[in-house]
Write a protein that binds this ligand. Structure first.
Ligand code: GTP
Ligand code: MG
Length: 603
């Protein structure tokens, strides 16, 4: 059978999943009367809600007698390692670039990986329906990017398609076509069929799927030979260990799902059920005569956070799973499928250290857990330092900010104070394009500050670059917080009186507890406030509703915003119904003693 294996790669939001959906539609994966809805490939609840792809996914279609395996990849930088791995299954890539934004940090990263693996690139300039888009300029910028990434002569001759995934067309010129068939023809024409070598079975596991019925499923492309149902194979691991195992079931990709088959021949992608204790990078080889493929590395975590049981006064109010045993089991289970995640025990039986690739990576895990009914407390995210050539080193990232001219100096000032160094400053129309090199620590909390200081106009993107020597202290949050003095419901009466001290994260009438963070002060330094006072004389009025109309609406903080907001002496209480920020030590006197001890130790 004629096969093409392609991965769709791009910066976040440049339209990968929309394109894959259009490919599924164009090749009639659905019956004509079947309404599949929008972005069917983003199938997970959180993906649908946030409109982003979190897990890479396989689909397969038939076009003009050719089977095209399509891999949709996530665009967010936290999942870059996953993209790198699944590229191992492809022979070509569709590099999508937004016709307005042009190449962004993640465009560079994914293209670099594709070029290194010598995959055939097809460039797609997407979203040409956008007003003010600049497809020709963007084409030049992409050429320059290829050039800077040391593309070969042949790679520099990349075919380019233009179009709009949203409007359902792609053509080899800017003239709109009726549909996306010009692009499908291009994929068959330019992407080479899979290279298969002669010899016995070899398949590298590059991705995994998880099913509650079948357990862990190994996914990869069969590089050599044939893999068969019930076959005895050798699972060859990175450390040289070879395990004899048996293939239980085999699947190939078809449409959006999988089809059970009895054998898969080299060149096709396949999913293997029945293997135990495998890891990404392991080779499935012939049982008699096993030969391993080159090991692939999985990206190391760059950030950690402490996960503990919920010990707030509201413990157990709305969660189903609240004990340290629940928490531990759930975290350990997660490491079976979440590859870049690590979990370790700590000195305390009630806390675990969780290591991940960034705020979004960890945030998604926490969000998933609270939806399943878990309660937990999470601490301030910390970057993971490493010893590199005898020096304490920390992760650095490339930060790109596009901002209207008038805010440029503010942005530079903000980033520089967080130990960022400016690398590029270019004018693009009436926007300023800035690039920085900044420690990952400096990025924590930057987004909110950036949006406040640029009237919401800044567009910022960043991705991990490398470990470099520790940059020294970086200033934390500049303003203090408003801390609740007592347990109870807040009242409009007292919140109204406190309005000139700052703004609130809670509404009047909301239940709070002593030591909980209920707002931000407009000055440095934390203040403990009484937000539960009732108006003395009017007892018969419902507390909470009085004077509420004059109070500024609360600032709603998402989980990720909270993660970037809290400082070292603070934590977040996460339950199925609530996300609350609080002080680690709830009692005011205890907290003062604790601070004194900490500062004494620091001297
Ligand atoms: N104007 C316009 N918008 C588009 C086009 N294609 C996609 N979009 C929109 O861009 C947004 C992101 O599209 P997705 O397909 O989810 O992008 P993605 O690259 O898969 O994003 P991630 O998976 O999060 O990296 C959605 O709101 C789409 O509707 C297009 O051709 N024109
Ligand atoms: Mg997507």
């Amino acid at each position: 059978m004629d096969i093409r294996n392609i991965a769709i790669i791009a910066h976040v939001d440049h339209g990968k999943t929309t394109l894959v959906d259009k490919i599924l539609h164009a090749t009639k994966v659905f019956r004509d009367n079947q309404d599949a809805g929008e972005l069917i490939m983003d199938s997970n609840d959180l993906e649908k809600e946030r409109g982003i792809t979190i897990f890479s996914k396989n689909a397969a279609v038939k076009y003009k007698g050719v089977k095209i395996n399509v891999i949709d990849t996530p665009g967010h930088a936290d999942f870059g390692g996953e993209v790198e791995r699944v590229l191992k299954m492809a022979d070509g890539v569709c590099l999508l670039v937004d016709a307005f934004e042009g190449p962004m940090p993640q465009t560079r990263f994914v293209l670099q990986k594709a070029l290194q693996l010598n995959l055939k690139p097809i460039v797609i300039i997407n979203k040409v329906d956008k007003p003010n888009c600049r497809p020709d300029e963007v084409h030049d910028a992409i050429f320059e990017l290829f050039f800077n990434l040391d593309a070969t002569e042949e790679q520099l001759n990349f075919p380019t398609y233009y179009g709009s995934g949203k409007n359902g067309w792609f053509n080899d010129s800017l003239a709109p076509s009726a549909d996306i068939t010009p692009l499908l023809d291009g994929i068959i024409k330019y992407v080479p069929p899979p290279k298969v070598s002669e010899g016995s079975l070899q398949m590298q596991i590059t991705s995994l799927d998880y099913s509650s019925f079948l357990g862990r499923i190994a996914i990869g492309s069969v590089a050599r030979g044939i893999i068969k149902e019930n076959q005895s194979i050798a699972l060859m691991q990175a450390d040289g260990i070879i395990k004899k195992q048996k293939v239980k079931e085999l699947y190939v990709f078809e449409g959006m799902g999988k089809k059970k088959v009895t054998e898969v021949v080299a060149g096709d992608l396949c999913a293997v059920v029945g293997l135990e204790g495998f890891n990404i990078g392991d080779t499935i080889a012939d049982g008699e005569n096993p030969e391993a493929l080159e090991v692939i590395s999985v990206d190391e975590p760059t950030m950690n956070m402490q996960f503990s049981i919920n010990n707030s006064p509201f413990f157990g109010r709305d969660g189903k799973f609240v004990t340290s045993r629940h928490l531990r089991d759930r975290l350990m289970k997660e490491t079976e499928k979440n590859l870049a995640l690590r979990v370790s025990d700590t000195d305390s039986a009630e806390s675990f250290m969780v290591y991940g690739r960034g705020i979004l990576h960890l945030g998604i895990l926490i969000e998933t857990m609270r939806r399943e009914g878990y309660e937990l407390t999470i601490g301030q995210p910390q970057v993971i330092t490493k010893d590199v050539d005898g020096r304490k080193s920390e992760p650095f990232e490339t930060l790109v900010v596009d901002v209207p001219q008038e805010f440029a100096s503010k942005v530079i000032d903000m980033v520089t104070r967080r130990k960022g160094e400016m690398l590029v400053m270019e004018t693009k129309g009436d926007m300023q394009h800035l690039e920085f090199d900044i420690p990952s620590r400096g990025l924590l909390g930057l987004r909110t500050q950036m949006l406040t200081n640029t009237a919401g106009e800044a567009v910022m993107n960043h991705r991990f670059s490398e470990y470099k020597p520790w940059k020294g202290p970086i200033p934390g949050r500049s303003n203090g917080v408003l801390i609740a003095k007592d347990n109870g419901a807040t009242t409009g009466y007292s919140m109204d009186k406190l309005q000139d001290r700052g703004y609130f994260f809670v509404d009047p009438g909301e239940e709070v507890y002593r030591g909980m963070i209920i707002g931000e002060s407009n000055k440095p330094g934390d203040i403990v406030v009484n937000a539960n006072e009732g108006k003395k004389l009017t007892n018969h009025r419902a507390s909470g509703s009085d004077a509420a109309t004059n109070i500024q609406p609360k600032r709603d903080m998402s989980l990720e915003e909270c993660m970037e907001y809290i400082q070292q002496d603070e934590c977040i209480e996460v339950t199925p119904a609530n996300i609350r920020m609080r002080k680690l030590v709830l009692d005011e006197d205890e907290r003062k003693k604790h601070q004194k001890r900490m500062s004494a130790e620091a001297v």
